[in-house]
Write a protein of this length. Structure first.
Length: 170
């Protein structure tokens, strides 16, 4: 059953109807199909020309965080949101930090640390008191990674201004 549903996703990537095919794949009862659809979306989001095409799907992926009955699909949904690297996806990741599933919280914390956006710091700091030790440790690592990145950027030497060439001698 899985491959018969996924074949249209592959075709839809080339003919531009990916959004509809993706939504259909998310509705399939077979969790392996939903997982594969999320993984294909992660790959698609990595291509610069597909960013706008896939942006409306952030809400669909976010819905899986609280509605999908399979914990593996919920974790993969977090990884997919991380791949989007948009403000909408970050907002959904911030909400995922409140999930009752510690694995989802862990993936969200780790993903936010990898994205490195400083606006996530208050959300990550709140996870330092998480009831799950692995989430607390991941939150600390994420905060440290963002702080290191901020220090690295502030210490980076400024690039010299571009040299202006006059038309003479060229």
């Amino acid at each position: 059953m899985g491959f018969s549903v996924l074949a249209p996703l592959v075709q839809a990537q080339s003919d531009g109807s990916f959004e509809d095919a993706f939504r259909k794949a998310l509705a399939v009862p077979d969790s392996s199909v939903r997982l594969e659809a999320l993984r294909q979306l992660q790959d698609l989001v990595q291509t610069p020309d597909s960013i706008q095409e896939t942006k409306p799907l952030v809400l669909d992926v976010s819905g899986l965080l609280s509605n999908d009955r399979n914990p593996i699909v919920r974790r993969e949904a977090v990884r997919t949101l991380v791949a989007f690297q948009s403000s909408e996806a970050r907002s959904a990741l911030h909400q995922a930090l409140e999930s009752p599933d510690s694995a989802v919280r862990y993936e969200a914390v780790t993903g936010l640390g990898n994205v490195g956006d400083q606006s996530s710091l208050p959300f990550l700091q709140a996870r330092l008191d998480d009831r799950a030790p692995h989430v607390r440790r991941a939150a600390l690592r994420a905060i440290q990674a963002i702080a290191r990145d901020r220090r690295r950027r502030s210490q980076a030497p400024a690039l010299p201004p571009p040299a202006h060439h006059s038309g003479a001698g060229a």
